[in-house]
Write a protein that binds this ligand. Structure first.
Ligand code: AMP
Length: 222
């Protein structure tokens, strides 16, 4: 069985960046509810419009909508999932446990990425993403090598998220501390919680995450 893990942390902690690295380094499958919702909001249905409004305000989308999105992906089969931005509430965590059990799978570990609030603000306010391949950049700490085009795929579609602004970020942080941070205790009680210092460079965080993954594979092989 391939290991399934959860990346837990506030907006800007680096979950998406590390999830992308894990897909490249270990062939794991990134399941980002944020990406799924950004896709869903493009539709002109009532749900699409509601999702867009909620996301732009920085609030959490209803449990029902995100659980439906994740259910579809898990029931489609496969393993080796990195849950990036899911679960974000206790209801979602319980739903995930049930969905995984139905498929005879488990969550091997939850990696909590911790970063100070003032760093999160700095990271998010300079963040932009390639619309072609999803690579994440930052105005000062990780600019593209050639201005205006992605280093990885060459796309010139470089985008800033509408919710990456000071006001939405404040709401997103509040939502995190109120609704998502209780999951730290939830997974700690299950003996699944691991912590990584998200203030380090991308490479060092990735090295810590990979060390952790090696430990999990060894345990699985026993
Ligand atoms: P992210 O890309 O993970 O930062 O998510 C962007 C936005 O999508 C969040 O601020 C929420 O509005 C919404 N979202 C993503 N994942 C979830 C989730 N698991 N539960 C509720 N809302 C979510």
């Amino acid at each position: 069985m391939t290991t399934n893990i959860i990346l837990l942390g506030p907006p800007g902690a680096g979950k998406g960046t590390q999830a992308r690295k894990l897909t490249e380094d270990r062939g794991l499958v990134q399941l980002s509810t944020g990406d799924m919702l950004r896709e869903a909001r493009k539709s002109s249905t009532e749900t699409g419009k509601r999702v867009a409004e909620v996301m732009d305000r920085g609030e959490l989308v209803t449990d029902e909508i995100v659980i439906d999105l994740i259910r579809e992906r898990i029931q489609a089969g496969g393993s080796g999932f990195i849950f990036d931005g899911f679960p974000r509430t206790l209801v979602q965590a319980d739903a995930l446990r049930e969905l995984m059990e139905e498929q005879g799978q488990t969550i091997a570990a939850v990696i909590e990425m911790s970063v100070d609030d003032d760093q999160l603000v700095k990271r998010i306010s300079g963040r932009f993403t390639c619309g072609g391949c999803g690579e994440v950049y930052h105005d000062t700490s990780r600019p593209t090598q050639v201005s205006g085009s992605c280093d990885d795929c060459g796309s010139e579609q470089l985008l800033r998220r509408p919710d990456d602004n000071a006001e939405s970020l404040r709401t997103r942080l509040m939502e995190y501390y109120k609704k998502t941070s209780p999951l730290v205790g939830y997974f700690w009680r299950e003996g699944k919680l691991h912590r990584v210092n998200g203030l380090q460079s991308i490479g060092n965080v990735s090295a810590d995450v990979n060390r952790l993954m090696e430990g999990l594979s060894e345990r699985e092989a026993l």
